[in-house]
Design a protein around this ligand. Structure first.
Ligand code: GLN
Length: 193
């Protein structure tokens, strides 16, 4: 299995290290034509408006809107995946039927760590939040996986996983393993179809 990491901006190397620690091949994706060589794509954290500009410039916005690849967005990445972003007229890629709010944990707490309970997982996940968004509303086909207080911070649909935080800045491989399992399920479905 080959997992791509969108390598326009943000925490690319850290994700590569996590994917490799899960025993899979990690590929930094810099050109649209490289999307055909991978089975799943990680959209890293960074700054969503900057990433969107670079995605437009290099043709990724259109290619990813049309792509059926499983995708995993962390922090800025979940903002890119969301159908709706509070305060913006339109979402970026419109992959996950959720509404996100940017920088929503308050100015005083720019960053913090938390141990999260995650639906379907027995272990707690250590998570680092940096100027993190939260998920304000979810559509029917979206499952809530985790919350901090009342705020939703992890969700999934059939092929898309979105989280508000940075697992790649911890030693916890839980979410990367979770995504790799989603990619495996998707590959199995494609073989049957
Ligand atoms: N605040 C950033 C944004 O709105 C996301 C921060 C992050 O990815 N750590 O895009």
């Amino acid at each position: 299995m080959r997992i791509g990491i969108l390598a326009l901006q943000g925490a690319v190397r850290e994700h590569q290290r996590m994917v490799e620690a899960c025993g899979q091949e990690a590929v930094a994706i810099k050109r649209v034509d490289e999307l055909t060589h991978i089975d799943g794509l990680i959209l890293p954290g960074g700054e969503s408006t900057t990433m969107r500009r670079l995605m437009d410039r290099y043709g990724f916005t259109e290619a990813l809107r049309e792509s059926a690849l499983p995708m995993f967005g962390t922090c800025a990445g979940v903002i890119l995946l969301a159908e709706r972003v509070i305060g913006q007229e339109e979402g970026h890629l419109g992959k996950l039927d959720v509404t996100v709010e940017r920088n929503s944990f308050g100015r005083q707490v720019d960053s913090f760590e938390a141990e999260l309970d995650v639906r379907g997982l027995e272990e707690k996940a250590l998570a680092v939040f940096i100027r993190a968004p939260h998920i304000d509303a979810t559509g029917e086909d979206v499952q809530v996986l985790s919350k901090v207080g009342e705020k939703i911070v992890a969700v999934r649909s059939d092929r898309h996983l979105g989280i508000s935080f940075h697992p790649e800045l911890t030693d916890s491989l839980l979410f990367h393993r979770y995504f790799i399992d989603m990619v495996k399920e998707n590959m199995a479905k494609e073989v049957l179809a």
